[in-house]
Design a protein around this ligand. Sequence first.
Ligand SMILES: NC(=O)c1ccc[n+]([C@@H]2O[C@H](COP(=O)([O-])OP(=O)(O)OC[C@H]3O[C@@H](n4cnc5c(N)ncnc54)[C@H](OP(=O)(O)O)[C@@H]3O)[C@@H](O)[C@H]2O)c1
Length: 320
Amino acid sequence: MNAVVVEKHGGPEVLQYKQVPIPKADQKNLVIRNHIIGVNYIDTYHRSGLYPLPTPLVVGKESAGEVVEVGPGVTNFKVGDRVVYLGGDTYAEYSKAEPISVVKLSDNVSYETAAASVLQGLTAWTMVRDGYPVKKGDYILVHAAAGGVGLLLCQMCKHLGAHVIGTVSSNEKAKIALENGAEFVINTNEENTVERVNEITGGLGCHAVLDGVGKATFSDSLEAVRRLGTVISFGNASGTVPPINIAILSKKNVKLMRPALYNYLGSREEVNKWFGELWELLEAGHIKIHIHKIYDLKDAKQAHLDIESRKTTGKLLLKA
Ligand SMILES: NC(=O)c1ccc[n+]([C@@H]2O[C@H](COP(=O)([O-])OP(=O)(O)OC[C@H]3O[C@@H](n4cnc5c(N)ncnc54)[C@H](OP(=O)(O)O)[C@@H]3O)[C@@H](O)[C@H]2O)c1
């Protein structure tokens, strides 16, 4: 089968499109024929080695497709099921998957919608329901508001009744964030984030700051949060946040969280709960998925160049 393989960590140029054997199901696994594959920022960390995984490795954490083989110990899936998968090795025509990471799709959810919504959508929804339960009237600062997770956070926070302040790096992205739930935008190339947040919130700061940018924004996030507020640092698009002295949190009794989505999906009950809520949001039209571009699997390198260039908005997908 065709797959995108990393043999040595590095920049987008290390992504090799090559032939590898089709995986076989064992006792407790199944094999999925991936049709549409989600591109996520974490794929760049696995490629670069920021999150070290042994090589050679097939990149990718998200796909939608059909079950083509079922191990004898798997009872709840059958060949032909349409599914979405949140696991490893998805930049490939086929992936071997553990059942806990696979969810059946109803007929009205396309492979494109599934692969474009699940990883980023669940990251955003768990953050605003569990990490900081967003309430009506809250001021929420969303960094990278026009990105994949960012656009979903803006829509979800607005749906929950919050005032959303989004940071972006261009006027084009500002327009998209405003169209998707942000009430205020801060163009970080032209304005100072903390000053603008203070203007907007009457000097109080935000109830919560949702920060997937990391190194470049972390100190602004601590400045922009209000007394007793919450900072959720959920990613490293600009680099990892350096170690901190936790005493800095006592200045405003700040709650600091560093979540990873997979910890919300440890049992079938949790998977069903969070996926069920995400499908409801989509079906009710409370969130819309924005697909930036669908690339051929062989063009994964271009997808990585694009997402790291800060020029993309919404979701990037690969077609296998
Ligand atoms: N913890 C979890 O479980 C989890 C799950 C999913 C995603 N994430 C994290 O969420 C974040 C967003 O992921 P995504 O897939 O939706 O990506 P994305 O937001 O579509 O792309 C990253 C964005 O970060 C901003 N950015 C700021 N400084 C940057 C820099 N130096 N280099 C590159 N980008 C920079 C850019 O927006 P501007 O140009 O507008 O600033 C860029 O568009 C990532 O950090 C990712 O790791 C975490």
